[in-house]
Design a protein around this ligand. Structure first.
Ligand SMILES: [Zn+2]
Length: 259
């Protein structure tokens, strides 16, 4: 019995894995990674979502009304994908520049040290031709926060307040423009939930054709890689060390190759 108890404890420890998704805007995470988020949560990850901006400029209503509506619909999308908790940083939409990168990194680090994710997902800050400043600034701050969260001398007041340094194992970076792709995730089992989650953003996704286009894009990516539906990422592991696959995989994944 003691052995069985020990095995159960080990199984519980192994399954207690955490995913943190950081989205610049309410709809980004479900559009770019909704299938993978639902898949990882289905495999046992506990999912958390951090929304960086207040989304006040996306919608047809006034800024405060749009922000509130987009926040409500974000919660609906997160629930559909199985996310446990949503945190909003409420940085002003499209006006992030007055906020220093260091301040944004500090706020993200606090949640990384609090939630202790195994995987963090966000925008690829090295992607080409990204025009949206919120996407660029969010991706950069998240990657930097993951690096710095493990260093106890960086924002030691967080350590004094009871948090501990944290090492993030993996980054999944998405992009809408060209970027280095080294991971293809089969989302055939979760594509319907992804589309349902994107549909929840009725204030931001006002043209239903976008849902069909998203499904078709995922099908085309899947077809290239021997899957029915798929999502693409740049994957990095061993963040904060000189090892892992983060530097060796700097080539576009050839069609048909799975990793
Ligand atoms: Zn966006």
């Amino acid at each position: 019995m003691r052995t069985i108890g020990l095995l159960l404890c080990m199984a519980a420890a192994l399954s207690a894995r955490t995913l943190v998704v950081v989205t610049a805007h309410a709809d980004d995470f479900s559009i770019f990674a909704g299938g993978t988020v639902a898949k990882l949560i289905g495999e046992g990850y506990t999912g958390y979502l951090i929304r960086v901006t207040d989304d006040e400029k996306d919608g047809v209503a006034t800024a405060p009304e749009s922000s509130l509506r987009n926040g409500r619909e974000l919660n609906d999308a997160a629930r559909i994908l199985g996310i446990k908790e949503v945190v909003s940083l409420n940085v002003k939409n499209d006006e992030m520049d007055p906020m220093s990168g260091t301040e944004l990194m500090e706020r993200l680090m606090l949640h990384i040290r609090r939630l202790k994710p195994d995987i963090v997902m966000t925008f690829d800050p090295w992607a080409a031709y990204e025009e949206n400043p919120d996407h660029i600034k969010t991706g950069r701050a998240v990657v930097h926060a993951c690096w710095m969260a493990q260093i106890d001398r960086f924002h030691p007041e967080q350590i004094r307040a009871g948090l501990t340094p944290h090492y993030v194992n993996e980054l999944y970076l998405w992009s809408r423009g060209p970027h280095v792709v080294n991971k293809v995730v089969d989302v055939t089992a979760t594509i319907d939930r992804k589309i349902e989650a994107v549909r929840a953003h009725r204030g931001m996704i006002r043209d239903p054709k976008i849902l069909d286009e998203l499904r078709e894009k995922s099908r085309q990516i899947g077809e290239l890689h021997g899957m029915k539906y798929a999502e693409l990422f740049h994957h990095m592991d061993s963040i904060g060390t000189g090892s892992g696959d983060k530097y060796k995989a700097l080539e576009v994944l050839p069609a048909g190759e799975k990793r």
